[in-house]
Design a protein around this ligand. Structure first.
Ligand code: ATP
Length: 358
């Protein structure tokens, strides 16, 4: 088990900056998800941690040991990093037992210790009974568990998981998510889990690092990411936040302020450092509601209603700014449809901190 420190790491391919001064610290025993759209640099980051490439700039430390900087490069086999790939990468001609034992054999671990450790690893993933089977006779989820056992048997200080559930169907993914979570609880191994699936990251991770175009945008707990996104990209990417312009007052020490969104008076959450002026506000569908009797709201034309069991998801465009579309969840019964005008109240919102982000 170990802490991982990534300090201003950059990696360029040709003239494309795949990683741009990325810094983060992963705590000992932490489960960190790295989340971002395709091409944002997730796999590149993982490859630098594993030691498959030489970094251009910055430093990577595992525990107190520098494993990469612009001059130094500890090879992958000396980093004690285990990797689980989406493709499992099992040897089809070997039994489950031999697949798991392989790394120990290469490392010169002899019997009876080798057998003992393989049995322990298989027990950890619940596959003792499948030791003699070939991978071809296992389900996708079982194969992924073999890959996990094979990684863990070498007792890595850090486990990197590259979209390990991407090849599984939706039911198996949910079951495997539970298994990963339980497994992490049992072993307390430091894990870095790459995914582009937001729900998976939220379900599993202690913290999530959100990346975009080679940069780290924010690293925070799932709840902080959702409730207090650092900028507009994170706000839109996590939980489909709506970002609207507002005029806000200075925040109080509790992090509350008044604001106006298209003329509507609202009470908002903000950093206690928030100053008065123009700002952007992140709103969530569940923070908006249809105005009750006597309430003033933003008038909006309903564009679409979609029934989602117990409630309708509404898409509406503001009368004062027809280009602005908002989404809200409205409980049934609800008898309006496209073309109708409704008044929408804003019950909560987060003022995005001023940022230099383009
Ligand atoms: P995905 O979710 O699709 O796997 P990702 O976030 O893991 O995407 P990376 O694979 O890290 O993204 O790629 C980041 C960028 O760097 C992409 O634009 C990719 O084309 C580029 N890239 C990655 N490896 C190389 C390479 N060896 N040579 C040139 N360009 C590369």
């Amino acid at each position: 088990m170990a802490r991982l420190t990534i300090d201003r790491v950059s990696k360029t391919f040709g003239n494309y900056r795949a990683l741009d001064a990325v810094s983060m610290e992963v705590r000992d025993g932490e489960f960190l998800a790295v989340l971002g759209p395709s091409g944002c640099g997730k796999t590149t980051l993982l490859r630098q941690i594993a030691g498959f490439d030489q970094i251009d700039d910055g430093e990577i430390r595992i525990g107190d040991t520098v494993v990469s900087d612009a001059r130094r490069h500890v090879p992958p086999e000396h980093r004690r990093v285990g990797i689980v790939f989406q493709s499992y990468a099992l040897w089809p001609h070997m039994s489950v037992f031999d697949n798991v034992a392989y790394g120990l054999k290469v490392a010169g671990v002899k019997d009876p210790e080798r057998t003992r450790r393989v049995k322990e690893a298989l027990a950890l993933v619940g596959l003792e009974a499948f030791a003699e089977r070939r991978p071809g006779l296992l389900s996708g989820g079982q194969r992924q568990r073999v890959a996990l056992a094979r990684c863990l048997v070498t007792e890595p200080s850090l486990v990197l998981l590259d979209e390990p559930l991407a090849n599984l169907d939706v039911h198996l993914r949910a079951a495997m998510e539970d298994e990963f979570a339980r497994f992490h609880e049992r072993t307390a191994t430091t894990m870095i889990y790459i995914t582009h699936d937001q729900a998976e990251a939220m379900a599993l991770a202690d913290r999530i690092a959100v990346m975009d175009r080679g940069r780290l945008l924010q690293i925070a707990t799932p709840s902080d990411l959702f409730r207090q996104p650092a900028n507009e990209t994170v706000a839109r990417f996590i939980g489909e936040g709506m970002v609207l312009p507002a005029e806000v007052g200075a925040a109080d020490s509790e992090g509350r302020c008044h604001g106006r969104i298209y003329g509507l008076e609202v009470s908002l959450r903000a950093s206690p450092l928030q100053k008065a002026g123009h700002a952007k506000v992140c709103l969530r569908a569940r923070d908006l509601a249809i105005a009750g009797p006597g309430q003033t709201g933003l008038s909006a034309h309903i564009v679409r209603t979609v029934y989602q069991g117990g409630f309708f998801r509404l898409e509406a465009s503001l009368v004062r700014a027809p280009d602005v579309t908002v989404h809200l969840a409205v409980p049934e019964p609800f008898h309006h449809g496209p073309g109708d005008v409704v008044d929408i109240v804003v019950n909560d919102g987060w003022v995005l901190p001023a940022t230099t982000e383009s």
